[in-house]
Design a protein around this ligand. Structure first.
Ligand code: DX5
Ligand code: ZN
Length: 219
């Protein structure tokens, strides 16, 4: 049986003065989620938005809010993202010392707890937390900007995580973020990904319904 692939278009590639229009475009495309990249200018060399933006988007959509925190010490502001209405809340392993504790805290609030790793972090670093995590976001570009090319060596990490969860009978979601487009997507799906973030490929596509349909059909 085919599994359902979740498409999560990234607002990073939208026009920030027209967030409501972008939200509707995502809904009309039949994508199931909205990827929201929070950047602090420290963990990554770029700044975007904070919890207020997510709170406002929550008011206008029922789509899954897939929040990707690229911020140092996420534990200091995690409550504001929980209160804003995130459905999936993902922070970086590299940005938080007590990631096991923070994952459990997010889960205790009834929200899916996610962890992400940058391309230079080995996937094995995740092993100690794989039994508590709901979502793993594999970065396939160095985080900070949209429109970069996928780093192919990162795709092996997806394969590792898919085999590991089958072996250990775990049921975390494997998400992939960075350089996902109609050319790179088949290798990513073959490796075992469940959720695909697409920024520039989604917003740059003339026919977003077709874009989403084509990816879902490959699943
Ligand atoms: C990059 C962000 C991504 C970004 C992906 O740091 O985490 O979510 O929007 O953009 P594309 O799909 O254009 O690579
Ligand atoms: Zn992201």
């Amino acid at each position: 049986m085919k599994k359902e692939i979740i498409i999560s278009p990234s607002m990073l590639s939208a026009n920030f003065t027209e967030i409501d229009k972008a939200t509707n475009l995502i809904k009309d495309s039949n994508a199931q989620a909205i990827h929201l990249d929070v950047m602090d200018g420290h963990f990554v060399p770029n700044l975007t938005f904070g919890s207020q933006m997510i709170k406002d988007i929550r008011k206008i959509t029922d789509l899954i809010l897939d929040v990707h925190l690229m911020i140092e010490k996420p534990e200091l502001s995690i409550d504001s993202y929980i209160d804003a209405g995130a459905d999936i809340l993902t922070f970086h392993l590299e940005a938080c010392t007590h990631s096991h504790r923070l994952l459990q805290y997010i889960k205790s609030k009834g929200i899916k707890a996610g962890i992400s790793i940058v391309p230079s972090t080995p996937v094995e670093m995740l092993i100690p937390i794989l039994d508590v995590v709901d979502n793993i976001l594999i970065m396939t570009v160095n985080p900070g900007f949209g429109g970069q090319s996928l780093i192919h060596s990162c795709v092996e990490k997806i394969d590792f995580l898919d085999k590991y969860r089958k072996d250990k009978n775990l049921n975390y979601i494997i998400s992939v973020d960075g350089g996902v487009n109609l050319v790179t997507v088949s290798g990513i799906l073959k490796a075992g990904a469940d959720l695909l973030v697409a920024g520039s490929a989604f917003f740059g596509s003339d026919d977003k319904i077709k874009f989403v349909k084509e990816i879902k059909q490959l699943g």
